[in-house]
Design a protein around this ligand. Structure first.
Ligand SMILES: Cc1cc2nc3c(=O)[nH]c(=O)nc-3n(C[C@H](O)[C@H](O)[C@H](O)COP(=O)(O)OP(=O)(O)OC[C@H]3O[C@@H](n4cnc5c(N)ncnc54)[C@H](O)[C@@H]3O)c2cc1C
Length: 318
C-alpha cells in the first residue's frame, strides 16, 4: 500500500465505521493464547452486513484482510498482521420451526458455546457437543469444529459465504467438503490472500427435553475438566494423526512440562501448549517445533498443525 492509497483507505473506513476502526491495534487480547502483535488496521463489525461491507471495501482497495473470530484456533506472530483484521461480532440468531426439526440461522460472529447453551435452554438438541468449544460459529464452520462425537458437519445445512469479487451465495453442506477439522474453506489457509468469508450458518436442531440435553452437556463439561488444562492456549496444537493421538505421541516423547520462555507443554494434556508467563508467539512456535521434531525422530510420525499460524513469521513454513 502506498501512502496515498493508505490515507484514502483509512478515511473510507473511518467514514463507514467511525470508532469501530483503529490503526495499529494490539491483538493478543483477542486470542485465546493471549499472544501476538498488532493489526496494521483493525475494525469491529457487529452485523453480517457490516462484515460484508468491510471485506468488500478491503477487497476493492486491494488490502489483505483477515477475519478474526474468537482467536481460539490461531497463533498470531509477534510482528502482528499486515492489512486489515476484522473482528467479527455479528451475533444475530433466529430460529425457524420446520416440522420435526428447527433451523437455527446464526450470524458468523455468534459465540458457538453460547449458542449451544441457548439451544439447550430452548429444548433444541444437536449442539451439546459444542458447550465448551471456544470461538465463533464462523470459525467452527471453517474448521469443522467438533467434540464428543459431534461436529459442525453433522449439524450444518448450509452457510452463506461471501466470495471475493463475486458476492454472497449459499453453500450447501456438501459443497463445504467437510473432513476431520477440515473444509474447502480451511484448505484456503495460507494459500489465498483473498479468502472466502462465512456470513452466517443454518444449523439443524431437534426438539428434545431440556433436562436430557442439560445432563448430556454437563457430562461433556465434566469430561473436559478432567482431561484438559485451563489457562491461555490455542487448544489442541496438532491434529490427531491417523491411528494416533497427538497428545499421546508428545507425552510418550517425554515432553510433558517442557518449557520455552513463557510457555510450557501441559502436564495434563500434552497437545495443549500453555502461555503461563507472558509467553511470546515465538516461544510457542519454538515449543511446537520441538514437539514436532521429537515425535518425528522417535516415532516417524509427521504431525499436522491444527492451529493456523497468522501474520508475519521469520522462519520457513513447512
Ligand atoms: C481451550 C480450547 C479448547 C478447544 N477445544 C476444541 C474442541 O473441542 N474441538 C474443536 O474442534 N476445536 C477446539 N478448539 C479450537 C477452536 O475452539 C475451534 O477451532 C474454533 O472453531 C475456532 O473458532 P474461532 O472463531 O476462534 O476462529 P479463529 O481462531 O478466530 O479463526 C480460525 C480461522 O478461521 C477463520 N475464520 C474465522 N471466522 C471466519 C469467518 N466468519 N469466515 C471465514 N473465515 C473465518 C479465521 O480467519 C482463521 O483462519 C479449542 C480451542 C481452545 C483454546
Amino acid at each position: 500500500m502506498n501512502v496515498k492509497t493508505s490515507l484514502r483507505v483509512v478515511e473510507r473506513f473511518r467514514d463507514l465505521f467511525g470508532e469501530q476502526f483503529q490503526i495499529s491495534a494490539p491483538l493478543a487480547r483477542y486470542t485465546s493464547a493471549r499472544v501476538g502483535g498488532p493489526a496494521e488496521m483493525f475494525v469491529v463489525v457487529n452485523h453480517a452486513l457490516e462484515l460484508q461491507t468491510a471485506v468488500e471495501l478491503a477487497y476493492a482497495q486491494h488490502i489483505p484482510y483477515f477475519i478474526l473470530g474468537g482467536g481460539s484456533n490461531i497463533l498470531v506472530s509477534d510482528a502482528g498482521i499486515r492489512g486489515l483484521v476484522i473482528l467479527n461480532k455479528a451475533r444475530a440468531v433466529q430460529f425457524r420451526h420446520t416440522g420435526a426439526s428447527v433451523v437455527c440461522t446464526a450470524e458468523s460472529g455468534m459465540n458457538l458455546s453460547s449458542l449451544a447453551r441457548q439451544c439447550i435452554g430452548k429444548g433444541l438438541g444437536g449442539l451439546e457437543w459444542a458447550v465448551n468449544v471456544p470461538g465463533t460459529v464462523g470459525g467452527a464452520v471453517v474448521g469443522n469444529s467438533g467434540a464428543h462425537g459431534g461436529d459442525v458437519n453433522s449439524n450444518l445445512l448450509a452457510a452463506t459465504v461471501w466470495e471475493p469479487g463475486r458476492g454472497a451465495r449459499i453453500y450447501t453442506n456438501e459443497e463445504l467438503q467437510y473432513g476431520y477439522r477440515d473444509s474447502i474453506l480451511k484448505r484456503e489457509q495460507g494459500k489465498q490472500i483473498w479468502r472466502r468469508v462465512v456470513l452466517s450458518a443454518e444449523l439443524e436442531l431437534k426438539l428434545e427435553a431440556v433436562n436430557v440435553l442439560t445432563a448430556r452437556a454437563e457430562a461433556f463439561t465434566t469430561h473436559r475438566k478432567q482431561t484438559q488444562p485451563g489457562g491461555a492456549s490455542c487448544g489442541s496444537m496438532f491434529k490427531n494423526p491417523q491411528n494416533y493421538y497427538a497428545g499421546y505421541l508428545i507425552e510418550t516423547a517425554g515432553l510433558k512440562g517442557v518449557r520455552v520462555g513463557g510457555a510450557h507443554i501441559s502436564e495434563k494434556h500434552a497437545n495443549f501448549f500453555i502461555n503461563d508467563e507472558d509467553a511470546t508467539a515465538e516461544d510457542i512456535r519454538a515449543l511446537f517445533a520441538e514437539a514436532w521434531n521429537s515425535v518425528r525422530e522417535q516415532f516417524g510420525v509427521e504431525m499436522e498443525l491444527e492451529v493456523e499460524l497468522v501474520g508475519e513469521w521469520e522462519f520457513e513454513e513447512r
